[in-house]
Design a binder for this molecule. Structure first.
Ligand code: ZN
Length: 295
């Protein structure tokens, strides 16, 4: 049983009890899992942690969630996710800077900024990617302790995409990031948004797809703000990103399945541009993002 990482309250409400995703889409747990909301601070978590840190360092995890442990496959699968991230943050955050991606995976984002950054550093527990990361010019650490030992107070910009929901101790993760940053340095973080539009539509099949064994924590704008503030950050700016067009929501309602984008040709870019703009400004995007400063 896991305790709330943000406050000392042990009381919680069960907000979901059932099968959850366990790997690629369609793979589910054989047992029911409880998702609970802390009565003290509102942070949502899996009540029992089904995975271990050793598992995250294994080929088995990469194969379960990505169907492969090859770095070339990782890059092919994740390259298209990187430009929207960079567009949102802006190149200026990396130009001539020491940039660190905390939980960098196969390094698809680091590759994108290495042309303008002074130095690119990755922290990645899966050692299967290390040799390739190093050969592409990135300095790599297996864990935060070794990175902190080398770079305390020296990093200009830290990025974190889809990592906070995985780590056993999000508060410690953020405190380590805070230690790595120099004074005035910034961190840009994205994590899955519990207030995702599709969660609001109360589609049970979406809930069991959204909650998954690899995600121990589920944040919204409020709990994300609280946990980063508690880690020492200031200048906290919350925003949202949405990666899915209107057809994806329609198909969820019709077929109760994830389809990705562009599956209904009824809609064109006029509707989708308005749709994305609305979903993001209303706080209903699939990602909640935070920009923050070590002041
Ligand atoms: Zn709490």
């Amino acid at each position: 049983m896991t305790d709330c990482d943000l406050c000392n309250t042990n009381e919680y409400d069960v907000i979901y009890d059932g099968r959850i995703r366990d790997g690629v889409v369609g793979k589910e747990t054989e047992m029911d899992h409880k998702v609970v909301k802390c009565q003290g601070c509102g942070l949502v978590r899996l009540l029992e942690n089904p995975l271990s840190m050793e598992y995250y360092q294994s080929d088995e995890y990469r194969k379960a969630y990505n169907e492969t442990a090859e770095v070339s496959d990782y890059i092919e699968m994740h390259d298209s996710e990187q430009m929207p991230r960079l567009n949102k943050i802006g190149v200026h955050a990396f130009r001539d800077k020491i940039a660190l991606d905390y939980g960098c995976g196969g390094g698809a984002f680091l590759d994108l900024v290495s042309g303008v950054a002074n130095k690119t550093i990755g922290i990645e527990p899966f050692s299967g990617y290390h040799e390739s990361l190093t050969s592409r010019g990135h300095e790599v650490f297996s864990d935060s302790d070794s990175a902190v030992a080398s770079y305390t107070g020296q990093v200009d910009t830290i990025t974190s995409f889809g990592v906070l929901e995985h780590v056993e101790n999000p508060s410690q993760y953020l405190k380590d990031a805070f230690s790595l940053l120099k004074k005035g340095g910034k961190m840009y973080l994205e994590t899955d948004n519990l207030d995702d539009l599709l969660m609001k539509l109360e589609i049970n099949d979406f809930d069991r797809f959204f909650y998954r064994t690899a995600h121990l924590w589920y944040f919204d704008a409020q709990t994300l703000s609280k946990i980063v503030e508690q880690a020492g950050f200031s200048g906290i700016e919350i925003s949202f990103r949405h990666n899915f067009d209107i057809s994806n929501a329609m198909m969820w309602l019709r077929d109760k399945k994830p389809t990705g984008n562009g599956k209904l040709n009824l809609f064109d870019s006029r509707v989708n541009a308005a749709w994305i703009n609305f979903v993001e400004t209303a706080g209903l995007g699939d990602l909640v993002c935070v920009e923050m400063t070590k002041s």
